[in-house]
Ligand binder design. Sequence first.
Ligand code: 5GP
Length: 136
Amino acid sequence: MSTIFSKIVAGEIPCYKVAEDEKHFAFLDINPVAPGHTLVISKREVDYIFDLSDSEYLELQLFAKRVAEAMKQALPCKRVGVAVMGLEVPHVHIHLIPINEEADMNFFKEKAALSSDEMTQIASKIGQNLLHSEIF
Ligand code: 5GP
C-alpha cells in the first residue's frame, strides 16, 4: 500500500514541489507552521527515520541541508529549524521551517494561511536557489 507521500511523488496527489533527485523529494507542507515550511522525504517508503540504512540516512540529511540552504537564501529568516516526528504520516520526512525565534517551531499554533499563488511562488523561489547547488 502506498503512503500519501508516495502518491505525491508519483504525481497522483498534487503538491507544491521544491526539489527532487533520484532518491529524495521536497515539497511544501500543506499546513505550514510558517511560510516556506518544507517537507523533505526519502522516496523509498520507510516509516521511521532511524530505520533507514546509514547511507540512506546520511544522503537524506545531505539533501535536506541543500534544501535548507536554498530556503535561507529564498526566505527572510534567522535560521531554518529542523524537526522529525512522523506521527501523522508513516513515511520518513524532515520538517524544515524558516524561523526567527523559538516560538516559530510551535506546531500547535495557528497555521500560516497562504493562497495557492503564494505557495507556488515560495516553492519556485526555493527551487531557483537550488539550481545553484552542487547536487542539483
Ligand atoms: P508528522 O507526520 O511529522 O507528524 O506530520 C506530517 C506533516 O505532513 C504535517 O505537517 C502535515 O501538514 C503534512 N501533510 C499531511 N498530508 C499532507 C499532504 O497531503 N500534502 C502535504 N503537502 N503535506 C501534508
